[in-house]
Write a new protein. Structure first.
Lengths: 247, 191
Protein backbone atom coordinates (compact mmCIF):
# COMPACT_ATOMS: atom_id res chain seq x y z
CA UNK A 1 0.00 0.00 0.00
CA UNK A 2 1.53 3.30 -1.02
CA UNK A 3 1.26 6.16 1.35
CA UNK A 4 0.69 9.54 -0.23
CA UNK A 5 0.52 12.10 2.52
CA UNK A 6 -0.39 15.70 1.91
CA UNK A 7 1.50 18.55 3.52
CA UNK A 8 -0.80 18.63 6.57
CA UNK A 9 -0.26 14.96 7.28
CA UNK A 10 3.48 15.44 6.98
CA UNK A 11 3.41 18.45 9.28
CA UNK A 12 1.49 16.46 11.89
CA UNK A 13 4.38 14.03 11.98
CA UNK A 14 7.13 16.59 12.48
CA UNK A 15 7.12 16.28 16.27
CA UNK A 16 7.26 12.49 16.21
CA UNK A 17 9.92 12.58 13.49
CA UNK A 18 12.13 14.83 15.58
CA UNK A 19 11.97 12.20 18.32
CA UNK A 20 12.71 9.30 15.91
CA UNK A 21 9.20 8.03 16.63
CA UNK A 22 7.94 7.28 13.13
CA UNK A 23 7.91 4.21 10.87
CA UNK A 24 10.80 3.80 8.38
CA UNK A 25 8.56 4.51 5.39
CA UNK A 26 7.32 7.68 7.07
CA UNK A 27 10.88 8.70 7.92
CA UNK A 28 11.96 8.38 4.29
CA UNK A 29 9.09 10.48 3.06
CA UNK A 30 9.69 13.06 5.78
CA UNK A 31 13.35 13.34 4.90
CA UNK A 32 12.38 14.23 1.32
CA UNK A 33 9.83 16.69 2.65
CA UNK A 34 12.38 18.44 4.85
CA UNK A 35 14.80 18.77 1.96
CA UNK A 36 12.14 20.65 0.01
CA UNK A 37 10.62 22.63 2.84
CA UNK A 38 12.88 24.88 4.94
CA UNK A 39 10.06 25.84 7.32
CA UNK A 40 9.42 22.21 8.21
CA UNK A 41 13.13 21.52 8.50
CA UNK A 42 13.56 24.46 10.89
CA UNK A 43 10.67 23.17 12.99
CA UNK A 44 12.25 19.72 13.30
CA UNK A 45 15.63 21.21 14.17
CA UNK A 46 14.06 23.23 16.96
CA UNK A 47 12.36 20.15 18.37
CA UNK A 48 15.63 18.21 18.21
CA UNK A 49 17.41 20.94 20.07
CA UNK A 50 14.69 20.99 22.72
CA UNK A 51 14.89 17.18 22.98
CA UNK A 52 18.64 17.46 23.45
CA UNK A 53 17.92 19.49 26.57
CA UNK A 54 15.75 16.74 27.94
CA UNK A 55 18.59 14.36 27.29
CA UNK A 56 21.35 16.64 28.40
CA UNK A 57 23.03 15.70 31.62
CA UNK A 58 26.14 16.93 33.31
CA UNK A 59 27.56 13.43 33.37
CA UNK A 60 31.30 13.14 32.86
CA UNK A 61 32.67 11.54 29.75
CA UNK A 62 33.00 7.81 30.41
CA UNK A 63 36.55 6.76 31.22
CA UNK A 64 38.11 3.99 29.19
CA UNK A 65 35.79 4.43 26.23
CA UNK A 66 37.92 7.17 24.68
CA UNK A 67 40.85 4.77 24.23
CA UNK A 68 38.65 2.45 22.19
CA UNK A 69 37.61 5.34 19.97
CA UNK A 70 41.15 6.68 19.59
CA UNK A 71 42.32 3.21 18.56
CA UNK A 72 39.87 3.20 15.66
CA UNK A 73 40.74 6.63 14.33
CA UNK A 74 42.79 6.82 11.20
CA UNK A 75 44.77 9.93 10.54
CA UNK A 76 46.17 10.30 7.07
CA UNK A 77 49.94 10.59 6.99
CA UNK A 78 52.33 12.36 4.72
CA UNK A 79 51.31 15.02 2.30
CA UNK A 80 47.66 14.13 2.08
CA UNK A 81 45.89 17.43 2.56
CA UNK A 82 43.01 17.71 4.99
CA UNK A 83 39.56 17.97 3.45
CA UNK A 84 38.02 21.34 4.16
CA UNK A 85 34.49 21.89 5.27
CA UNK A 86 32.24 23.85 3.06
CA UNK A 87 29.38 25.08 5.16
CA UNK A 88 28.51 27.62 2.55
CA UNK A 89 27.60 25.08 -0.07
CA UNK A 90 25.73 22.69 2.19
CA UNK A 91 22.49 21.55 0.66
CA UNK A 92 23.15 23.17 -2.66
CA UNK A 93 23.91 21.47 -5.93
CA UNK A 94 27.48 20.23 -6.31
CA UNK A 95 29.75 22.87 -7.77
CA UNK A 96 30.71 21.99 -11.32
CA UNK A 97 34.47 22.06 -11.61
CA UNK A 98 35.12 23.68 -14.91
CA UNK A 99 38.42 23.83 -16.67
CA UNK A 100 39.53 27.43 -16.74
CA UNK A 101 38.90 28.87 -20.13
CA UNK A 102 41.89 29.72 -22.26
CA UNK A 103 41.18 33.44 -22.05
CA UNK A 104 42.02 33.53 -18.35
CA UNK A 105 45.55 32.32 -18.97
CA UNK A 106 46.07 34.72 -21.79
CA UNK A 107 45.02 37.56 -19.55
CA UNK A 108 47.43 36.56 -16.82
CA UNK A 109 50.28 35.93 -19.24
CA UNK A 110 49.74 39.28 -20.91
CA UNK A 111 49.57 41.07 -17.59
CA UNK A 112 52.71 39.40 -16.35
CA UNK A 113 54.55 40.67 -19.36
CA UNK A 114 53.82 44.24 -18.40
CA UNK A 115 56.82 45.57 -16.57
CA UNK A 116 56.98 48.26 -13.96
CA UNK A 117 53.40 49.32 -14.39
CA UNK A 118 52.38 52.22 -12.22
CA UNK A 119 49.95 51.02 -9.61
CA UNK A 120 51.63 47.65 -9.16
CA UNK A 121 51.64 47.13 -5.47
CA UNK A 122 55.02 46.09 -4.27
CA UNK A 123 53.92 45.61 -0.73
CA UNK A 124 54.05 41.92 -0.05
CA UNK A 125 52.07 40.92 3.00
CA UNK A 126 53.31 37.74 4.55
CA UNK A 127 50.64 35.43 5.88
CA UNK A 128 50.95 34.32 9.49
CA UNK A 129 51.17 30.61 10.04
CA UNK A 130 47.52 29.77 10.57
CA UNK A 131 47.82 26.02 10.99
CA UNK A 132 47.01 26.08 14.68
CA UNK A 133 44.72 29.05 14.70
CA UNK A 134 41.23 27.76 15.23
CA UNK A 135 39.91 31.25 15.67
CA UNK A 136 40.98 31.95 12.09
CA UNK A 137 39.12 28.87 10.94
CA UNK A 138 36.00 29.95 12.69
CA UNK A 139 36.30 33.47 11.37
CA UNK A 140 36.76 32.11 7.86
CA UNK A 141 33.61 30.12 8.31
CA UNK A 142 31.69 33.17 9.49
CA UNK A 143 33.00 35.21 6.59
CA UNK A 144 32.05 32.53 4.09
CA UNK A 145 28.46 32.89 5.26
CA UNK A 146 28.47 36.67 4.91
CA UNK A 147 25.91 37.41 2.21
CA UNK A 148 27.61 40.66 1.22
CA UNK A 149 30.98 39.04 0.59
CA UNK A 150 32.21 38.08 -2.87
CA UNK A 151 33.54 34.61 -3.45
CA UNK A 152 36.11 33.45 -5.96
CA UNK A 153 37.00 29.88 -6.75
CA UNK A 154 40.55 29.53 -8.01
CA UNK A 155 40.76 26.52 -10.28
CA UNK A 156 43.94 24.63 -10.99
CA UNK A 157 45.62 25.24 -14.33
CA UNK A 158 46.47 21.58 -14.67
CA UNK A 159 43.22 19.80 -13.92
CA UNK A 160 40.59 22.41 -13.19
CA UNK A 161 40.16 21.23 -9.61
CA UNK A 162 39.51 23.70 -6.85
CA UNK A 163 42.81 25.04 -5.53
CA UNK A 164 41.75 27.89 -3.30
CA UNK A 165 38.74 29.89 -2.30
CA UNK A 166 39.00 33.62 -1.85
CA UNK A 167 36.34 35.60 -0.03
CA UNK A 168 36.34 39.37 -0.11
CA UNK A 169 34.25 41.29 2.35
CA UNK A 170 32.60 44.58 1.56
CA UNK A 171 35.29 46.40 3.54
CA UNK A 172 38.04 44.78 1.47
CA UNK A 173 39.16 42.27 4.09
CA UNK A 174 40.24 39.25 2.10
CA UNK A 175 40.13 35.65 3.30
CA UNK A 176 41.66 32.63 1.70
CA UNK A 177 40.93 28.98 2.27
CA UNK A 178 43.39 26.63 0.61
CA UNK A 179 42.18 23.39 -0.90
CA UNK A 180 44.37 20.52 -2.02
CA UNK A 181 47.47 22.40 -3.06
CA UNK A 182 50.59 20.44 -3.95
CA UNK A 183 53.64 21.05 -1.81
CA UNK A 184 55.88 23.46 -3.71
CA UNK A 185 59.61 22.96 -4.28
CA UNK A 186 61.58 23.95 -1.20
CA UNK A 187 62.68 27.32 -2.60
CA UNK A 188 59.19 28.42 -3.66
CA UNK A 189 55.97 29.51 -2.08
CA UNK A 190 52.49 30.58 -3.17
CA UNK A 191 51.48 34.17 -3.81
CA UNK A 192 48.00 35.57 -4.37
CA UNK A 193 47.20 38.16 -7.01
CA UNK A 194 44.20 40.11 -8.06
CA UNK A 195 43.44 42.22 -11.05
CA UNK A 196 41.32 45.32 -11.27
CA UNK A 197 42.92 47.03 -14.23
CA UNK A 198 45.65 46.17 -16.69
CA UNK A 199 48.07 44.36 -14.42
CA UNK A 200 47.90 41.88 -11.61
CA UNK A 201 48.46 43.27 -8.14
CA UNK A 202 49.83 41.23 -5.29
CA UNK A 203 47.48 40.58 -2.40
CA UNK A 204 50.17 38.78 -0.50
CA UNK A 205 52.43 35.80 -0.09
CA UNK A 206 50.39 32.92 1.31
CA UNK A 207 53.16 30.52 2.18
CA UNK A 208 53.90 26.93 1.24
CA UNK A 209 50.81 25.31 2.68
CA UNK A 210 48.07 27.88 2.91
CA UNK A 211 45.07 26.70 4.86
CA UNK A 212 43.25 29.72 6.20
CA UNK A 213 44.53 33.26 5.94
CA UNK A 214 43.37 36.82 6.13
CA UNK A 215 44.73 39.91 4.49
CA UNK A 216 43.97 43.46 5.41
CA UNK A 217 44.46 45.09 2.09
CA UNK A 218 43.22 47.91 -0.09
CA UNK A 219 43.78 45.66 -3.02
CA UNK A 220 40.53 44.17 -4.27
CA UNK A 221 39.75 43.09 -7.77
CA UNK A 222 37.40 41.23 -10.01
CA UNK A 223 39.57 38.15 -10.51
CA UNK A 224 42.17 36.31 -8.48
CA UNK A 225 45.11 34.10 -9.30
CA UNK A 226 47.61 32.02 -7.35
CA UNK A 227 51.19 31.66 -8.50
CA UNK A 228 54.37 29.92 -7.44
CA UNK A 229 57.16 32.35 -6.67
CA UNK A 230 60.58 32.33 -5.09
CA UNK A 231 60.43 32.61 -1.32
CA UNK A 232 59.50 36.13 -0.31
CA UNK A 233 57.33 36.71 -3.35
CA UNK A 234 57.72 38.57 -6.62
CA UNK A 235 56.52 41.90 -7.94
CA UNK A 236 54.76 40.15 -10.80
CA UNK A 237 53.50 36.60 -11.26
CA UNK A 238 55.88 34.11 -12.86
CA UNK A 239 54.18 30.72 -12.70
CA UNK A 240 50.41 30.92 -12.33
CA UNK A 241 48.97 27.70 -10.96
CA UNK A 242 45.31 28.60 -10.43
CA UNK A 243 42.91 31.39 -11.24
CA UNK A 244 39.28 32.32 -10.95
CA UNK A 245 37.35 32.01 -14.19
CA UNK A 246 36.28 35.01 -16.14
CA UNK A 247 33.09 36.49 -14.73
CA UNK B 1 45.91 25.76 19.13
CA UNK B 2 47.71 25.04 22.37
CA UNK B 3 46.51 22.27 24.65
CA UNK B 4 44.91 24.63 27.10
CA UNK B 5 42.99 26.50 24.41
CA UNK B 6 40.76 23.64 23.33
CA UNK B 7 38.12 24.13 26.02
CA UNK B 8 37.58 27.67 24.69
CA UNK B 9 37.07 26.58 21.11
CA UNK B 10 33.57 27.01 19.69
CA UNK B 11 31.62 24.11 18.19
CA UNK B 12 32.38 25.24 14.65
CA UNK B 13 36.07 25.67 15.38
CA UNK B 14 36.26 22.21 16.95
CA UNK B 15 34.62 20.61 13.96
CA UNK B 16 36.84 22.48 11.52
CA UNK B 17 39.84 21.15 13.47
CA UNK B 18 38.39 17.64 13.43
CA UNK B 19 38.08 17.95 9.66
CA UNK B 20 41.80 18.74 9.63
CA UNK B 21 42.48 15.45 11.38
CA UNK B 22 43.24 17.07 14.74
CA UNK B 23 42.69 14.27 17.20
CA UNK B 24 42.86 16.68 20.16
CA UNK B 25 39.76 18.38 18.79
CA UNK B 26 37.83 15.10 18.76
CA UNK B 27 39.06 14.41 22.29
CA UNK B 28 37.71 17.80 23.38
CA UNK B 29 34.34 17.09 21.73
CA UNK B 30 34.33 13.76 23.56
CA UNK B 31 35.19 15.42 26.86
CA UNK B 32 32.30 17.85 26.47
CA UNK B 33 29.58 15.60 25.17
CA UNK B 34 30.27 11.89 25.60
CA UNK B 35 28.74 11.83 29.10
CA UNK B 36 25.40 13.09 27.82
CA UNK B 37 25.55 10.84 24.74
CA UNK B 38 26.17 7.77 26.90
CA UNK B 39 23.43 8.72 29.36
CA UNK B 40 20.86 9.12 26.59
CA UNK B 41 21.83 5.89 24.84
CA UNK B 42 21.72 4.05 28.13
CA UNK B 43 18.32 5.48 28.96
CA UNK B 44 16.86 4.34 25.66
CA UNK B 45 18.67 1.00 25.38
CA UNK B 46 18.79 0.11 29.09
CA UNK B 47 22.02 -1.70 28.32
CA UNK B 48 25.42 -0.27 29.17
CA UNK B 49 27.48 -2.11 26.61
CA UNK B 50 25.08 -1.37 23.74
CA UNK B 51 25.08 2.26 24.87
CA UNK B 52 28.89 2.35 24.80
CA UNK B 53 28.79 1.08 21.22
CA UNK B 54 26.51 3.95 20.32
CA UNK B 55 28.96 6.43 21.85
CA UNK B 56 31.77 4.97 19.76
CA UNK B 57 29.70 5.07 16.57
CA UNK B 58 28.67 8.67 17.12
CA UNK B 59 32.20 9.96 17.72
CA UNK B 60 33.73 7.89 14.94
CA UNK B 61 31.11 9.27 12.60
CA UNK B 62 32.00 12.79 13.73
CA UNK B 63 35.63 12.01 12.91
CA UNK B 64 34.92 10.51 9.51
CA UNK B 65 32.13 12.80 8.40
CA UNK B 66 32.50 16.13 10.19
CA UNK B 67 30.76 17.88 7.31
CA UNK B 68 27.45 16.44 8.49
CA UNK B 69 27.44 18.97 11.32
CA UNK B 70 26.04 22.35 10.34
CA UNK B 71 26.63 25.05 12.95
CA UNK B 72 23.76 27.06 11.47
CA UNK B 73 21.34 24.31 12.43
CA UNK B 74 22.16 23.92 16.12
CA UNK B 75 24.78 23.12 18.68
CA UNK B 76 27.25 20.27 18.37
CA UNK B 77 25.71 18.79 21.49
CA UNK B 78 22.20 18.63 20.05
CA UNK B 79 23.65 17.20 16.83
CA UNK B 80 25.50 14.44 18.69
CA UNK B 81 22.49 13.69 20.90
CA UNK B 82 20.22 13.47 17.86
CA UNK B 83 22.69 11.05 16.24
CA UNK B 84 22.89 9.05 19.45
CA UNK B 85 19.13 8.92 19.79
CA UNK B 86 18.63 7.77 16.20
CA UNK B 87 21.21 5.01 16.53
CA UNK B 88 19.84 3.90 19.89
CA UNK B 89 16.33 3.67 18.54
CA UNK B 90 17.53 1.69 15.51
CA UNK B 91 19.34 -0.75 17.78
CA UNK B 92 16.29 -0.97 20.01
CA UNK B 93 13.98 -1.83 17.16
CA UNK B 94 16.16 -4.50 15.65
CA UNK B 95 14.81 -8.03 15.89
CA UNK B 96 16.93 -9.52 18.61
CA UNK B 97 16.88 -6.37 20.68
CA UNK B 98 13.12 -6.48 20.74
CA UNK B 99 13.04 -9.85 22.40
CA UNK B 100 15.54 -8.87 25.07
CA UNK B 101 13.72 -5.66 25.64
CA UNK B 102 10.40 -7.32 26.29
CA UNK B 103 12.01 -9.44 28.93
CA UNK B 104 13.70 -6.49 30.57
CA UNK B 105 10.59 -4.37 30.53
CA UNK B 106 8.59 -7.07 32.23
CA UNK B 107 11.18 -7.05 35.01
CA UNK B 108 11.43 -3.31 35.23
CA UNK B 109 7.76 -2.34 35.18
CA UNK B 110 7.31 -2.63 38.90
CA UNK B 111 10.37 -0.64 39.90
CA UNK B 112 10.03 1.88 37.08
CA UNK B 113 9.02 5.20 38.61
CA UNK B 114 11.09 7.20 36.26
CA UNK B 115 9.88 10.32 34.80
CA UNK B 116 11.57 13.00 32.79
CA UNK B 117 12.46 15.26 35.65
CA UNK B 118 14.60 12.77 37.48
CA UNK B 119 16.76 12.10 34.49
CA UNK B 120 18.16 15.59 34.30
CA UNK B 121 21.22 15.52 36.47
CA UNK B 122 22.94 18.75 35.50
CA UNK B 123 21.76 21.14 38.16
CA UNK B 124 22.37 24.26 36.19
CA UNK B 125 20.04 23.09 33.43
CA UNK B 126 17.70 20.99 35.56
CA UNK B 127 15.74 23.87 36.99
CA UNK B 128 15.09 25.41 33.59
CA UNK B 129 14.11 22.06 32.12
CA UNK B 130 11.83 21.34 35.07
CA UNK B 131 10.09 24.68 34.60
CA UNK B 132 9.77 24.07 30.87
CA UNK B 133 8.39 20.58 31.47
CA UNK B 134 5.82 21.89 33.90
CA UNK B 135 4.38 23.92 31.04
CA UNK B 136 3.39 20.71 29.28
CA UNK B 137 0.09 18.96 29.76
CA UNK B 138 0.24 15.53 31.36
CA UNK B 139 -0.73 13.88 28.09
CA UNK B 140 2.00 15.71 26.20
CA UNK B 141 4.66 14.84 28.75
CA UNK B 142 3.64 11.20 28.79
CA UNK B 143 3.62 10.87 25.00
CA UNK B 144 7.00 12.56 24.68
CA UNK B 145 8.56 10.38 27.36
CA UNK B 146 7.33 7.16 25.79
CA UNK B 147 8.44 8.25 22.34
CA UNK B 148 11.80 9.81 23.19
CA UNK B 149 13.05 7.79 26.12
CA UNK B 150 11.02 4.67 25.49
CA UNK B 151 12.08 4.56 21.85
CA UNK B 152 8.49 3.81 20.76
CA UNK B 153 6.94 4.98 17.49
CA UNK B 154 3.89 7.22 17.84
CA UNK B 155 1.72 4.23 16.83
CA UNK B 156 3.16 2.15 19.64
CA UNK B 157 2.65 5.04 22.05
CA UNK B 158 -0.99 5.28 20.91
CA UNK B 159 -1.42 1.59 21.53
CA UNK B 160 0.27 1.73 24.97
CA UNK B 161 -1.87 4.69 26.08
CA UNK B 162 -5.03 3.48 24.39
CA UNK B 163 -5.36 6.70 22.41
CA UNK B 164 -5.99 7.39 18.73
CA UNK B 165 -2.87 7.82 16.60
CA UNK B 166 -3.92 11.31 15.55
CA UNK B 167 -4.18 12.39 19.17
CA UNK B 168 -0.68 11.14 19.93
CA UNK B 169 0.87 12.76 16.86
CA UNK B 170 -0.69 16.01 17.87
CA UNK B 171 0.29 15.73 21.55
CA UNK B 172 3.89 15.06 20.62
CA UNK B 173 4.05 17.96 18.20
CA UNK B 174 2.29 20.41 20.49
CA UNK B 175 4.28 19.22 23.48
CA UNK B 176 7.56 19.75 21.64
CA UNK B 177 6.39 23.16 20.54
CA UNK B 178 5.54 24.12 24.13
CA UNK B 179 8.85 22.74 25.32
CA UNK B 180 10.76 24.65 22.68
CA UNK B 181 8.93 27.86 23.58
CA UNK B 182 9.48 27.40 27.29
CA UNK B 183 13.19 26.64 26.82
CA UNK B 184 13.47 29.62 24.49
CA UNK B 185 11.82 31.88 27.07
CA UNK B 186 14.23 30.59 29.68
CA UNK B 187 17.12 31.49 27.38
CA UNK B 188 18.25 27.90 27.31
CA UNK B 189 17.86 27.42 23.56
CA UNK B 190 17.98 29.97 20.77
CA UNK B 191 14.47 31.24 20.13
Amino acid sequence: MTWNPDMNELDELLGAFALDAVEPQEAERLEDYLRENPRARAEVEEYREAAAFLASTGADAPAGLWERIAAQIETPTGDQPAPLLDFRRRGGPPVARRRPRRRVWQWVAAAAAVLAVAGLSTEVVRQQDRLDDLQASQDALTVSLDPTARHFDLLSATDGSLAMRVTVRADGETWIVGEALPTPPSDREYQLWTIDGPAPVSVGVVGRDPEVGRFRTDVVGTRYALSLEPRGGSPQPTEVVAASPEQ
Amino acid sequence: MRGDDWPQASDAALVVAIARWRQEALAEAYRRHAGAVLALAQRVLRDRSLAEEVVQEVFLRLWNQPERYDPERGTLRSFLLAQAHGRSVDALRSESARRNREEKEARQTAESGYDLEHEVVDLTVAEQVRTALSSLHEGEREAIELAYFGGHTYRQVASILGQPEGTIKSRIRLGMRHLRDALGDAGVVRS
